[in-house]
Design a protein around this ligand. Structure first.
Ligand code: 4NP
Length: 159
């Protein structure tokens, strides 16, 4: 079993979108029992809230559910629990390292560094562009899933 956590600032826009998209990919590929996914925020600002309407409505266009996703803050114990701790932008990565007290651990990395984009996921809370977020999140989730399958040496056989 491998465990992934997506982390952004508020845990209402980008990281819950990534959680929902990734969970949907796992379901479609029959990998639900092999890989687990969660999300969290580095801030406590929206703890207890469901995802932002922009995230929910964009996902609904693609028939991807957000049931059960409720904002929470990243906590110290998450470092031990998760194998991939994925920041949506560079400031998220800095905050993750600080909150977890792990200045330089390879399991903490920036999401789109796994893709050819190699950039931050812009924050749709400010840009309002949930379509851009969805496209980048989809690319990043594909890349992350491929990386995890390689790490697990499952390769193509279960795809
Ligand atoms: P997220 O976006 O980090 O993608 O969830 C934000 C959500 C809320 C705020 C900032 C960013 N906020 O300032 O409340």
């Amino acid at each position: 079993m491998k465990r992934v956590i997506f982390v952004c600032l508020g845990n209402i826009c980008r990281s819950p979108m990534a959680e929902a998209v990734f969970r949907d990919m796992l379901k479609k590929r029959g990998l639900e029992g092999k890989i687990e996914v969660d999300s969290a925020g580095t801030s406590s600002w929206h703890v207890g809230e469901p995802p932002h309407y922009g995230t929910v409505s964009k996902l609904r266009e693609h028939n991807i559910p957000t049931d059960g996703i409720i904002a929470r803050q990243l906590k110290k114990e998450d470092f031990e629990k998760f194998d991939y701790i994925v920041g949506m932008d560079e400031s998220n990565v800095r905050n993750i390292r600080r909150l977890l007290g792990q200045p330089d651990h390879p399991k903490i990395f920036r999401f789109l560094d796994l893709t050819e984009h190699k950039k931050d996921v812009p924050d749709p809370y400010y840009t309002g562009d949930f379509q851009e977020t969805y496209e980048l999140v989809t690319d990043g989730c594909e890349a992350l899933l491929n990386k995890i399958l390689e790490d697990m040496e499952i390769g193509d056989q279960t795809l």
